[in-house]
Design a protein around this ligand. Structure first.
Ligand SMILES: Nc1ncnc2c1ncn2[C@@H]1O[C@H](COP(=O)(O)OP(=O)(O)O)[C@@H](O)[C@H]1O
Ligand SMILES: [Mg+2]
Length: 237
């Protein structure tokens, strides 16, 4: 415990990258982490075959709806953090994983089309909440945003989510070469070579901020502090 599930039906929204950045950062912070690779394309397993995986980060492949709940449960018993990287579809596997989450993070890029897909993830979460009669905390994570400028479209989308009481993480996963490079070179942001990849320090600061905010959200949820006004609703972003 806790289990953090990354979900969004939109392919390319940043689920795998955000999962890996979060998992490696928590591991670099000293925590034992299991990253469950629940996407049939197995991106995390491919990354793990490259050099530099931290020893305290375990990758578990779980791509079947018949095993996902058991795999999450057994990971919860072996490491304090469990992160689940899902495929970009609305499958039974996705629904099961969401139902086991202490926090669902919904990565989305800052465009209207992407936000509409993110809203579908929120609707799926709401359905699962009804099914299990329990609230499933969730946060939007804006990905691939510019660290320098905030386009009006992004501001508009953020406002729409606020209007529908869907909370967003303050930290974005900015567009950074370093977040692409870990997939090519393996390892973590710390093991990237500054001769090959620019602006690693900014990416590191971004990853630290993301992990810190996620931990803070989990602590606040744990202590039952009301963080956001999460109400049942239909979302039409
Ligand atoms: N913050 C980021 N900065 C730069 N590239 C990114 C970032 N997030 C994702 N990408 C790139 O965008 C593409 C899709 O990201 P990915 O994490 O695979 O999305 P998903 O898992 O939702 O399909 C990949 O090529 C990835 O390298
Ligand atoms: Mg993916």
């Amino acid at each position: 415990m806790p289990t953090i599930v990354l979900a969004c039906p939109k392919g390319g929204s940043g689920k795998s990258t955000s999962s890996l950045v979060l998992a490696t950062q928590l591991a670099l912070n000293g925590a034992d982490v299991t990253l469950i690779d629940a996407d049939p394309n197995k991106p995390q397993s491919r990354w793990a075959r490259l050099p530099g995986k931290p020893d305290n980060l375990t990758i578990v492949v779980s791509t079947s709806e018949t095993t996902i709940i058991d795999d999450i449960e057994s990971a919860e018993h072996s490491t304090p953090f469990v992160i689940v990287d899902l495929e970009g579809t609305a499958s039974l596997l996705v629904a099961y994983a969401i139902s086991r989450a202490d926090l669902v993070i919904i990565p989305t890029q800052g465009s209207q089309l992407d936000a509409t897909e993110a809203a579908k993830a929120v609707t799926l979460i709401k359905q699962q909440e009804k099914m299990i009669s329990k609230s499933i905390p969730h946060r939007i994570l804006f990905t691939r945003t510019s660290p320098a400028i905030k386009p009006r479209t992004l501001a508009h989308i953020q406002e729409q989510f606020r209007k529908f009481h869907v909370a967003s993480l303050q930290t974005h996963l900015h567009e950074r070469e370093a977040f692409r490079a870990i997939w090519s070179f393996g390892g973590t942001l710390n093991s990237l070579d500054p001769k090959h990849v620019g602006n690693i320090d900014s990416a590191k600061a971004n990853a630290r901020a993301l992990a810190a905010e996620v931990v803070k959200v989990l602590q606040q949820l744990e202590s039952n502090k009301p963080l956001s006004q999460e109400k049942p609703h239909e979302v039409t972003v």
